[in-house]
Design a binder for this molecule. Structure first.
Ligand code: ZN
Ligand code: ZN
Ligand code: ZN
Ligand code: ZN
Length: 393
């Protein structure tokens, strides 16, 4: 059809419509094509990071602390973390390095002190610091056997964030000094790590948490001694009596005063939370961990650290474990290769393994030899770090 055949009335109507729609457009020129503005997608329905309406892919630019994308609700699977500080490469949440039998994490990081030496960078000041408190707790004088109540001191390391994370509960490590120390041994002063480095344990704990080696935890350092007493020279009264104190006085006091995982300090409350309590000690403190911890209170602690020392037979440890009917979380034991306590420590460990065939060396427990070390601080400090890598996992 050509223009001459269009009826005049239809043509006039078309011109009028054109004028109405496009104002000044010439009646004989074609109207320009105009695409109407699309209705913007509000991205109201997301499926795994993709808008179900328009197909846009979310950039996940900001996440909540729990790892949920604030735009699309995508839950971060935390599939990869930084070898530097264990932060998730996608959402930034701090994860934990986890080491295999070769001391390697999937991120490529090597475990601290894997070669028997702590990196001196750990002796620098950590950017995120915990705090220390000291308290006196009441307890019957189990050592003298009378009911007289005495007050004993403890120090507590509280991790960075303890004050403002008011809802967070924490795992607890009871950390015992050796025969020459006291309740202030671990937390209150720097020690010579080697001839050129000083080490301050609270700062070391700060770093382990900051770098994603361990979960934030509370570390309590009491003393097994009572006021006016000294080492009894063996594994007699003090190490055994301290077991009563742990169960009936100290742990209930800790639960009352700090945000632990135990609902209350009753025996049932403590037993229910045993996965969140560890006990470790250096030298004579190992005897305390074994005797007062494992032997007398296996139902209250799942995690044990014997940093060069034993003072108990593997058979006694096996019997206590069997009596409780409860599983071991992990036993970390160590000694220096020139350590005066190497033979006895190793003998206890080996006897335990042969008495309890279900325990697997390297899985449930480990005995590490610290190279070029005698019965000295490098064994305790490395041992503390290495033990913590296994606890509460
Ligand atoms: Zn959309
Ligand atoms: Zn997103
Ligand atoms: Zn993540
Ligand atoms: Zn890692």
């Amino acid at each position: 059809m050509n223009r001459r055949s269009v009826p005049a009335a239809v043509f006039a109507a078309a011109v009028l419509l054109c004028l109405l729609l496009f104002g000044g457009c010439g009646s004989t020129e074609a109207a320009p094509t105009v695409t109407p503005e699309p209705t913007p997608c509000l991205h109201e329905v997301w499926e795994n990071g993709i808008c179900a309406q328009c197909g846009m892919v979310c950039e996940h630019s900001s996440f909540t602390e729990e790892g949920v994308c604030e735009s699309c609700g995508f839950l971060c699977p935390h599939t990869a973390h930084s070898a530097e500080d264990a932060r998730c490469l996608l959402c930034g949440r701090r994860m934990l390095h986890t080491y295999d039998g070769n001391d390697l994490c999937v991120c490529g990081r090597t475990a601290p002190a894997a070669d028997g030496y702590l990196d001196p960078a750990l002796f620098e000041e950590c950017p995120e610091q915990g705090s220390l408190v000291t308290l006196l707790y009441p307890t019957p004088n189990y050592l003298s056997g009378d009911e007289e109540e005495i007050k004993k001191p403890l120090y507590a390391y509280l991790p960075y964030g303890y004050d403002y994370n008011a809802e967070q509960r924490y795992n607890v490590l009871i950390l015992m000094h050796g025969s020459a120390g006291d309740e202030d041994y671990w937390l209150m002063s720097s020690q010579d790590y080697d001839s050129s480095h000083e080490i301050y344990v609270p700062n070391l704990l700060d770093w382990l948490i900051y770098l994603g080696e361990i979960e934030p935890c509370i570390v309590i350092t009491p003393t097994y001694r009572n006021p006016g007493t000294w080492w009894d020279g063996g594994v007699g009264s003090d190490s055994y009596q301290f077991g009563s104190e742990l169960r009936s006085s100290l742990l209930p006091f800790i639960v009352e005063n700090f945000r632990t995982w135990a609902e209350d300090g009753s025996e049932a409350g403590l037993v229910a939370a045993r996965e969140h309590f560890a006990i470790a000690g250096a030298s004579y403190g190992s005897m305390i961990a074994y005797n007062a911890g494992w032997y007398r209170n296996f139902d209250l602690f799942a995690w044990y650290g014997a940093l060069s020392g034993s003072g108990i037979s593997g058979g006694d440890l096996a019997a206590a474990m069997e009596r409780s009917g409860l599983p071991l979380g992990f036993l970390y034991a160590c000694a220096g290769d020139n350590d005066s306590e190497l033979t006895t420590s190793r003998a206890t460990y080996d006897a335990l393994l042969s008495e309890v065939p279900s325990l697997k060396d390297g899985e449930d427990c480990v005995f590490e030899l610290v190279p070029d070390a005698s019965h000295d601080i490098r064994v305790w400090e490395n041992g503390l770090v290495r033990a913590l890598l296994h606890f509460f996992r």
